[in-house]
Design a protein around this ligand. Structure first.
Ligand SMILES: [Zn+2]
Length: 275
């Protein structure tokens, strides 16, 4: 979850459609295609405003397939391999290296290669419900990394749900988000975070007491609280404001009972032998 600058200008994307329109088999669709794309840009890709355009079944499939023939090279290849990302801009996982269609190409094939609709992402994002879900009733929709600039700020945290020995991890919108952002964030979290998120949180949570013991000789509530604050700073710097790890440490910081549990477990834990 991250705000990103547009990969190309509106004119660049339009120029691509016009170039294709020079070929006779695309030419009849050029005007409607450009109009659809302009509506997308003007409305921030909102699925409540931008309706899929029915170009007909054969054209639908050809538009859909355009992405497959282009995703590995050129502009789309470069977007997929975008460097300098600290975490997945869509879900916050530590993995990058894939592309996600903001409006899914099964429903909106006309945007299958429009770069304003393509966001660097991870494979977890592309394996969940996001491929077929567009929104959850107004105003519930996914965050758009190019248009939703308010995602520059922290927007979520992970609540640690007891019992702490077998904790569950509940992604939550940060309190204080104004409407409709609170509902957009809640919908986004509910639909982009899947099994991999929960596994990753469980692994991090269960290894924390040992990590704390290694770094903290005092093991008081105060010293463990300071360590959690420090881990949050590390996560912010290394993975970004809305990464999985930043959200986890933000959630622990909110919860004195979780900190007490970590302190008690750290005291009880046995350090691994030094090889
Ligand atoms: Zn992702």
């Amino acid at each position: 979850m991250q705000h990103l600058p547009f990969p190309v200008s509106a004119a660049d994307d339009e120029a691509m459609i016009k170039k294709m329109g020079k070929k006779p088999d695309w030419e009849p669709y050029e005007a409607a295609w450009i109009a659809g794309y302009q509506a997308y840009r003007a409305n921030g890709g909102s699925p409540f405003v931008v309706a899929p355009h029915n170009f007909g079944p054969g054209i639908h499939d050809r538009q859909y397939d355009l992405y497959d023939s282009r995703k590995g090279s050129g502009d789309l290849g470069r977007m997929r391999r975008k460097e300098g990302l600290k975490s997945c801009p869509v879900c916050g996982s530590p993995v990058t290296g894939d592309l996600d269609h903001y409006l899914p190409r099964t429903i909106y094939p006309e945007f299958s290669i429009m770069r304003a609709n393509l966001v660097p992402a991870c494979r977890h994002c592309n394996s969940g419900v996001k491929g077929t879900t567009v929104h959850g009733g107004e105003p519930r929709r996914f965050i758009h990394p190019y248009f939703d600039d308010w995602v520059e700020d922290a927007i979520w945290y992970v609540e640690i749900v007891p019992p702490f020995e077998a904790a569950q991890f509940r992604p939550c919108a940060l309190p204080g988000l104004t409407a409709p952002r609170d509902e957009i964030v809640a919908f986004h979290l509910q639909n982009v975070l899947g099994t991999q998120f929960h596994l990753s949180m469980a692994t991090e949570w269960s290894s924390l007491p040992t990590q704390i013991k290694l770094r903290d000789t005092e093991l008081s509530i105060g010293s463990v609280t300071r360590q959690v604050a420090q881990e949050l700073q590390v996560a912010l710097a290394a993975k970004g404001r809305n990464s999985w790890h930043a959200a986890l440490f933000r959630g622990i910081q909110f919860d004195p009972l979780a900190i007490r549990h970590l302190r008690d477990e750290a005291i009880a834990s046995v350090l691994p032998p030094v090889a």
